[in-house]
Design a protein around this ligand. Sequence first.
Ligand SMILES: [Zn+2]
Length: 237
Amino acid sequence: MSYIHGVLAKTVESLAADVALANRIVHGQGLVTAFGHVSARAGEGRFLIPTRASPALAGADRLLLMDLEGNVLEGEGTPNTEFWIHARIYAARPDVGGVVHVHSPACVVIGQLGQTIRPLHNSGAPLGEVPVYERAGLIRSRELGERVAATLGQGRAMLLRGHGANVAASDVRMATVLACWLEEAAAYQERALAAAGGDASRIRFFDAEEKERVAGELYQPSPLARAWEYFATRSEA
Ligand SMILES: [Zn+2]
């Protein structure tokens, strides 16, 4: 299947392979079961996203090329109903090249405890502020997609209360790694809360200086590439 002809064809082909792999990674890491999806921007005003199926089943030949208004431009099949999350984040954020939408268990738990993810370990630091979208339910309209994008703002990660999380980054690999780190951070936070008898004030979260410094150490091409390689290998094992 070819999405774009000419000089861009090769680039889009390898992007499609990354998108498919990213979907299998979020499944392999336990961030999704039957639902959820990872996409990548594929040129001006369009993105690649899997057809309506579990991310575990994503393949480069099972992707759709869509525009930011929700139209399918190329590919066979039905889009996931929550494609609006992706469409409207790409519309709002020209800097974003990859969007991950997951139903991560620990993220759901932390959100329903009335908290959000705060860094208490290294990989949590690059996530930045994590706003919470409060409305329960699926994001199945342009308007709800807009609201989600507005809640994310200029951030990298957000929680959807009772639902999961969204992550946005400059490319699909970074967004996927950050989504894995987000769930890791949420799981640590859940564990720390349990150990502290539910008293969040006993947890020594990173302060602003620590957060910025550690984020600067980890949000770099080399550690991100190493993490992608690890998650990719694990997901295909
Ligand atoms: Zn969802």
